[in-house]
Design a protein around this ligand. Structure first.
Ligand SMILES: [Zn+2]
Length: 423
């Protein structure tokens, strides 16, 4: 008899879990599950309920992160972890984070169905507050877990309410001070790896007909500027001829076009790079008949290679100086904010890629443009890898759509990778 595949056998189970959680987190037109809020807690409670039915061990750390373990044959071996975050952005999509949680739960359920006894413990992790949109800080649960949440973070304020992060954490019965004492909540050496399944938050996979699953090659780092300026000269739009102008708007335009041209050339050379100016504005007093004397803008550049970023950043400053000199304006860049790129573990990634080939799951290799909990664990030395699943209409918005068929393929790859980890 042919082996039954997870993608078919666990389909109804995964569908029910997604539907049950959607039912209590609906916030039209999307879903809302605030980190350290009641809906995120309901996800954790739901998973504990499932875990009890599967006879998994339940552990909640001092930060509220949930660990559900299917015991292996040799309990002295470090455990292999999989999971993601249970929170969402306000009125966001249903699948960012939750896909990885449901994939982990479905894998646990399937292991019980087929009677798979792993060699080592398999631990499913549900983290708290990965999204920064509620209190302005990302990876709160994961950072606290590895002992890297700072006391000052507890003072962060809720985006709508008069509530601090400290109060939100305390309202669920956890001790905020214990989360910022610099001590990891668990012995980090007890884990040999972390595999996170996540929806892709860009359009790459969805543009592929056949390959609906991605094996992640690394998580992009970024260089950012929050508040940059072009200083020119405000003047009358009718009375000043071209040669007398110091138009900050035109200078900004030239700067953008020239950076885009460099960017294209760098891509052709094979560098990994994305470049975004998300904020760009003239002054509130600007008007249809005024030559703009000032433009404020932001910079966000990301790459798998911090070296690429450093070189592109230098080029950007040079272009600002060059265009400034030519047009008699001044480009000013504020403090550079750096977020390091994070690698995935080559062995764990290789194992997943090999598993995908063996199981004939069509896939591509791709970088992750967004940050994820996995990056926090990589930074403390836990080998990490990620599996991406195609997703429609972007992410961090309520239109997020993931086809359950694609999810099942990704989850099958997760299960197969876990199943064959010690072979
Ligand atoms: Zn996420």
């Amino acid at each position: 008899m042919a082996e039954q595949l997870l993608r078919h056998g666990a389909y109804e189970y995964a569908k029910k879990v997604f539907d049950d959680i959607r039912a209590f987190s609906i916030d039209e037109p999307g879903v809302s599950r605030q980190g350290y809020g009641p809906k995120e807690q309901m996800v954790h409670d739901y998973m504990i309920e499932q875990a009890k039915q599967l006879d998994l061990e339940v552990f909640i750390d001092k930060c509220g992160n949930l660990f559900l373990t299917l015991p292996g044959e040799d309990r002295t071996l470090p455990a292999l972890m999989t999971g993601s975050h249970g929170d969402s952005v306000p009125q966001g999509g249903h699948y960012d984070g939750l896909a990885g949680v449901v994939a982990a739960m479905t894998t646990m359920w399937w292991m019980r169905q087929v009677g798979h006894k792993p060699k080592r413990d398999i631990t499913m992790l549900v983290t708290r507050m990965e999204e920064s949109s509620w209190f302005g800080k990302a990876y709160v649960g994961s950072l606290a877990m590895v002992g890297q949440l700072e006391p000052i973070d507890l003072e962060l304020k809720h985006r709508y309410r008069d509530e601090t992060l400290r109060e939100a954490i305390a309202s669920l019965g956890f001790d905020p001070e214990a989360m910022v004492n610099g001590e990891p909540s668990v012995d980090l050496k007890k884990f040999c790896g972390f595999i996170e399944l996540h929806i892709e938050q860009g359009p790459t996979l969805d543009s592929h007909e056949k390959e609906r699953v991605g094996v992640v090659t690394g998580i992009r780092g970024n260089l950012r500027h929050k508040e940059c300026h072009v200083w020119g000269e405000t003047a009358h739009s009718g009375a000043v001829n071209k040669e007398y102008r110091h138009d900050a708007g035109m200078a900004m335009g030239e700067f953008l076009m020239s950076m885009e041209k460099h960017w294209e050339e760098w891509l052709e050379k094979g560098e990994d790079l994305v470049f975004t100016v998300g904020v760009m504005k003239t002054d509130p007093s600007s008007a249809i008949a005024i030559i703009p004397g000032h433009v404020q803008f932001s910079i966000d550049m990301r790459s798998l290679s911090m070296d690429t970023l450093a070189r592109f950043h230098k080029l950007m400053e040079e272009e600002g100086a060059r265009i400034g000199a030519k047009r008699g304006v001044k480009f000013e860049f504020d403090r550079t904010l750096v977020c390091e790129a994070s690698g995935v573990d080559p062995d764990l990634m290789g194992h997943i890629a090999k598993t995908a080939e063996r199981c004939e799951i069509p896939h591509i290799h791709m970088p992750s443009g967004a940050g994820h909990d996995a990056a926090v664990y990589e930074n403390v030395g836990i080998p990490v890898a990620m599996i991406f699943v195609a997703n429609q209409d972007g992410s961090h918005n309520w239109r997020e759509k993931m086809k359950l068929e694609d999810f099942m393929l990704g989850t099958e790859l997760l299960f197969k990778s876990i199943e064959s980890y010690d072979d």
